[in-house]
Write a protein that binds this ligand. Structure first.
Ligand code: GAR
Length: 198
């Protein structure tokens, strides 16, 4: 059984997609052992609690320095000895020590077709604002391994999504989530939990 730790910052719809996929058998051989949020009071935490998943907050606001926050984050992860860490809308710069320790065992979902609209400053709605600004006709989502760069690690899965006339950033974000993110994130986890990814 692959032990997964999911890291979140907000609404947690990608977390929900993972929970649902485990429940309905789209993901096999995996369980979520912990959810960690860097923000207090976010809906992702409620989603975890509703499913009796251990959930805790590790917020930078509770630590005097970034260093201390990084240590607390890593300790919260180490405690559950995960086989895989899933960044599901986790808007935190991942400490280098964590990347080294869990190399090839951290994956991230990004709401664009990398290498478009990714890197520093591209997160959440900003990604879709930039895509609309540029006038692309196709966008999508990417699941990739996390390395020392921002959105630079090896790509696992991508799915394209059409941009439609009249799209607002919010409308586009919702379509990218429904048609791409909530599908390829569970798919990628299932590949890993069944040893189908090298
Ligand atoms: C998702 O769209 C995810 O791809 C994005 O944040 C959103 C979180 O939504 N992540 C990034 O932009 C990472 N750079 P959720 O909390 O409802 O899953």
């Amino acid at each position: 059984m692959l032990k997964i730790c999911v890291c979140v910052s907000g609404g947690g719809t990608n977390l929900q997609a993972i929970i649902d996929a485990i429940d309905n058998g789209t993901i096999t051989n995996a369980e979520i052992v912990r959810v960690i949020s860097n923000n207090k009071g976010v809906y992702a935490l409620e989603r975890a609690q509703k499913h009796n998943i251990d959930a805790l907050v590790v917020s930078p606001k509770d630590y005097e320095t970034r260093e201390l926050f990084n240590e607390a984050l890593l300790a919260a992860i180490d405690e559950v000895e995960p086989d895989l860490i899933v960044l599901a809308g986790f808007l935190v710069v991942i400490p280098e020590k964590m990347i080294q320790k869990y190399r090839n065992r951290i994956i991230n979902i990004h709401p664009s077709l990398i290498p478009s609209f990714c890197g520093t400053g591209y997160y959440g709605l900003k990604v879709h604002e930039a895509a609309l600004e540029r006038g692309v006709k196709v966008t999508g989502a990417t699941v990739h391994f996390v390395d020392e760069g921002t959105d630079t690690g090896p790509i696992i899965l991508q799915k394209a999504v059409e941009v439609l006339p009249g799209d607002t950033p919010k409308v586009l974000q919702q379509r990218v989530m429904e048609e791409a993110e909530w599908k390829i994130l569970p798919q990628a986890i299932n590949l890993i939990s069944n040893g189908e990814l090298k």
